[in-house]
Design a protein around this ligand. Sequence first.
Ligand SMILES: [Fe+2]
Ligand SMILES: [Fe+2]
Length: 342
Amino acid sequence: MTADTAVDTEPFYSQLREDHYSPLWQLMGGIGPEPRTNLVPHIWRWEQTRKLLMWAGEVVPLEDALRRVLGFRNPGSRPDQRTGATDSLWAAVQLVLPGEVAPPHRHTPSALRFIIEGEGAYTVVNGQRVPMEVGDFLLTPAMHWHEHGHEGDGPMIWLDGLDSPLISRMNQYIIEETDDVQGVEKPFPAAYAHGLLGKTWGQPHALTQPLVYKLSDALAALDHLRDGEGDPYDDIIIEYKNPTTGGPVMTTISAYLQLVRPGVDTKAHRHTHSAVYHVVRGSGYSIIDGKRIDWATGDTIAIPLWYEHSHHNPTGEDAILFSYTDRPAITALGLWRERGNA
Ligand SMILES: [Fe+2]
Ligand SMILES: [Fe+2]
């Protein structure tokens, strides 16, 4: 259209806005053949994380906070954006001090914990009391009541992982709270609590899967597999499974422990799910989007969707990484894709 024939479109667009219509031809900017996010890969160093968390312990009473949780906020996030470490995954550290109790609540986001430091704390999930030990991987599936307490000495610190940014964006985030702690006078037998046995009458049993996985079991499995070929992108990696379904531990989240063996350089890949890594022991580096990020024990790393990444262990010691992803959610939506050079 030449300047001679140009028409004044403003009255048209003005009318569209007034009457609540959307011109699709103005909405397609930024959409192309590759998935994109404004979030960026990032590492939060353990030394700073622990320092700030202990500071929170000094200045924020648990009565005020209910949960003393410091989230890892992706540096690419816009101020009003409902994101966590990645577009769909919240990651945080939580501190419980001796004698403190975080009262029961339940919510639609699914939660996991990986215990980093301390002893003597416990969580109660739908009436099952689960002691927390360093290296434990614990689950709080969606809408399971949970509360935490700490009867030991010294700070108790763990990593929290949730799908809350995803649930928030679907406007499905609900939370219920109560002051009534859960009765645990009559502990469940293990197989019943793990969903391997169930009663046939009345209300179904409220637990349907194991809620805790021990680090020693996961490490033994990695050790058993260490002489094998390994995954080209992750080296020796195992997924924490829900044994009652054979699938991921929760509807939206899958979780893993991996061993990057000394001297291993994995190949690079990218995928449409995002991941949060926590370094359980050892050190090494990852190359994410062409940049080297060195990591060591206690560090937490976010890899948002579709960033190319590889992992490297140039040391003589094992590097053990815990990670969780939104892969089950992305897969359920039919959106899972991977591109790699293996
Ligand atoms: Fe919670
Ligand atoms: Fe990956």
